[in-house]
Ligand binder design. Structure first.
Ligand code: NAP
Length: 275
């Protein structure tokens, strides 16, 4: 999707993937800088580990404690996090939903959950509840949120009983767990599915497959849903804008991403990309 956007803008850049082992991260990041590279994305498992190799962080990345975008500035890298803003843009433009005043239940407390939690809280959410397998991570995210923002926050265990109770006071449920992601497409987060009822908006950050089994069940119950693709495209567009100073064409990026994931088929057709 990045190369499609660059081509359509007529910009002389190329976006290439590199698989970097955790023990080589520092060398890779310094090497990219020495080579004159303009910018980079980092993903699982490097989003937090990359921070010691950066000159400074944007306020968003600092708050979240994770980085997905590097841009060169002077003698070093600046770390940004576009995941949260990407989710908010997707929520607004794809689902037509305004986070202000809404109550969110977030499944997971990893890098993506942190970015999303800070973004919705910063956008004026009334409440953010975090359910995680490792309770200490949910509690630490809630402490960090309440230290910076004024919305109501609560950490709960990741089980059907607690999630079921929390759902009665939830407007938007967001799955950030990798459960249901290719190739484990039959997995589901521990949510009592009979309680997924309108007007609940159900989001899944997973974009392969589209939709996940979890979203299919929510849809079958009549809930509105949003899969991970709009966020993927939006966070990528924000990164491209940081690197080039130009607003990329979202429709071109979206089409390229759908093409890569579905081979051109309509989303929801049940096709699963192989990579
Ligand atoms: P991460 O930092 O590794 O966090 C993973 C989270 O999932 C943690 O809360 C972890 O719980 C939990 N978890 C993992 N396996 C689990 C299991 N078997 N049972 C219960 N909980 C489990 O990963 P991340 O960067 O947040 O990414 C999470 C997902 O979001 C991935 O599927 C990724 O592809 C997706 N994502 C999508 C976008 C997008 O643009 N759409 C952007 C970023 C990420 P513990 O704390 O207990 O380990």
């Amino acid at each position: 999707m990045h190369n499609a956007a660059l081509a359509s803008l007529g910009l002389n850049y190329v976006y290439v993937p590199f698989a970097v082992a955790p023990e080589d991260l520092g060398q890779a990041v310094r090497g990219l800088f020495a080579l004159g590279v303009r910018g980079a994305n980092v993903t699982i498992p490097h989003k937090e580990a990359v921070i010691p190799f950066l000159a400074r962080l944007s306020p968003e990345a600092e708050a979240v404690g994770a980085v997905n975008t590097l841009v060169r500035e002077g003698r070093g890298w600046v770390g940004h996090n576009t995941d949260g803003a990407g989710f908010l843009r997707a929520l607004r433009e794809e689902a037509g939903f305004d986070a202000a005043g809404a109550r969110f239940l977030i499944l997971g407390a990893g890098g993506a959950a942190k970015a999303v939690a800070f973004a919705v809280a910063g956008a004026g959410a009334a409440a953010v509840t975090v359910a995680n397998r490792t309770p200490a991570r949910a509690e630490s995210l809630c402490r960090a949120l309440s230290a910076r923002l004024s919305c109501e926050v609560r950490a709960i265990p990741l089980d059907e009983e607690h999630i079921g109770r929390a759902l009665s006071a939830t407007d938007v449920l967001i799955n950030t767990l990798p459960l249901g992601m290719h190739p484990q497409v039959e997995e589901m987060p521990p949510v009592p599915v009979e309680l997924l009822q309108p007007p609940l908006l159900v989001c899944d950050l997973v974009y392969n497959p589209r939709p996940t089994k979890f979203l299919r069940v929510a849809r079958a119950n009549g809930c509105r849903t949003m899969d991970g693709l709009p966020m993927l495209v939006a966070q990528g567009a924000l990164a491209l804008e940081i690197w080039t100073g130009t607003k990329p064409p979202l429709n071109v990026m979206r089409r390229a991403a759908e093409e890569a994931l579905h081979g051109g088929a309509e989303p929801g057709s049940g096709q699963v990309a192989g990579s």
